[in-house]
Design a protein around this ligand. Structure first.
Ligand SMILES: *Cc1c(COP(=O)(O)O)cnc(C)c1O
Length: 365
């Protein structure tokens, strides 16, 4: 009955809710450090704007996100027609996969990176080439170039990378993009670009004039704290945007989401405040990890990838103690919480690491 490609996929499993976890472990508070949401919330102006809105529940929303589109164009530079909006960046990933991929095609992506690139390529029946990240968590861009062949339609670069927080420098990305054949789409997922402080970080928009095959992705879910409103967008050449727009469901951004995003976009001081706090917590966190000799990847985002043995076990212990984090094969991804939460968390993490390594060595004996 179903597409063959669904056989090996699992539906997204959000796990038990915060309320359920509180009950399960008898906790009065649970700190969510597992989804890279903005721990400082959203601009207070958003709440005002959506309550003041005319609402008009019976009408379809603006199919073009016109006000938001014009404001983004004004702030970022590309023409209004170069933008495409999705119900979160997640939907943009679906649209790209739908527009470009079919059986016989392939994508090239890093591993680990954002899972949805893999999932939707699989659904379209395309071959998924996962190129392992280097030991320091960075995309192995030279190996990724090698993995491209005549079947390749899309190459995914997550910059900074989720879950490692590492990035390709401008020099590396220049070389990479220049070496990719012009009939292969290079997607630069910049979901975390607002958090970046590195001077040699490349702005994806700078490639749009010279490369029709580059597409830049951004979202309101992370730095703007609007994950619940589901707005992300792509910026690219008219050739690419116009094809993607054929696949897009016409009214995919609710009216209130458009109002929320436009309001958040205009509140520069809220965002700058979040970024500053994020930097302070990052400095405290890396100093702690260094002092304790716990390995981590250098991150430019609002999360950090901490290399531990037994990531699942560590995440479970943290959960039992009221901290939700995300386990991967070689480590755990931790959203940078507020300063006090993060200090508590790091102590918990340290004892969880000590506990599990004692357990592992006693098993070996
Ligand atoms: C969170 C995230 C997304 C999806 O963001 P939404 O706009 O909430 O759908 C896409 N890519 C990366 C790398 C992310 O971390």
């Amino acid at each position: 009955m179903f597409k063959k490609s669904l056989q090996n996929l699992r539906a997204y499993n959000p796990g038990p809710s915060v309320e359920e976890i509180k009950k399960m472990y008898g906790l009065s508070r649970v700190v969510k450090l597992d989804s890279n949401e903005n721990v400082y919330g959203a601009s207070p102006n958003v709440r005002k704007a959506i309550t003041m809105d005319a609402l008009l529940p019976e009408l379809y929303p603006d199919c073009q996100d016109l006000d938001l589109r014009l404001e983004l164009s004004r702030r970022l530079g590309p023409a209004p027609q170069q933008f495409l909006f999705g119900t979160g960046l997640d939907e943009i990933i679906v649209l790209i996969s739908r527009a470009f991929l079919e059986p016989g095609n392939s994508i090239v992506m890093a591993w680990p990176t954002f899972y949805e690139y893999y999932c939707h390529a699989q659904i379209e029946g395309a071959d998924t080439r996962k190129v392992p990240c280097r030991p320091d968590g960075k995309h192995d861009w030279k190996a990724m170039l090698q993995a491209i062949d005549e079947t390749t339609k899309v190459v995914w670069i997550c910059n900074p990378n989720n879950p490692t927080g590492t990035y390709l420098t401008k020099k590396e990305l220049d070389q990479f993009i220049d070496s990719v054949p012009s009939n292969v789409l290079v997607v630069l997922d910049e979901a975390y670009i607002d958090f970046v402080t590195a001077e040699d970080f490349p702005n994806g928009l700078d490639y749009l004039n010279d490369y029709e095959n580059v597409l830049v992705l951004r979202t309101f879910s992370k730095a703007y704290g609007l994950a619940s409103f589901r707005i992300g967008y792509a910026i690219g050449s008219l050739t690419v945007i116009n094809e993607l727009d054929k696949v897009r469901p016409p009214f995919n951004n609710p009216r209130l989401s458009q109002v929320a995003a436009l309001t958040a976009l205009k509140d520069d001081s809220f965002k700058e405040n979040c970024l500053r706090k994020n930097q302070e917590v990052m400095a405290m966190t890396t100093a702690f990890l260094k002092k304790k000799g716990i390995r981590y990847d250098e991150s430019q985002a609002n999360f950090i990838f901490i290399r531990v043995n037994e990531p699942k076990q560590i995440a479970l212990i943290c959960k039992q103690n009221g901290f939700l984090i995300n386990p991967f094969e070689d480590g755990v991804r931790v959203t940078l919480g507020k300063m006090e939460d993060m200090k508590h968390f790091l102590k918990r993490l340290e004892s969880a690491i000590d506990g599990t390594s004692a357990l592992v060595s006693s098993k070996k004996e």
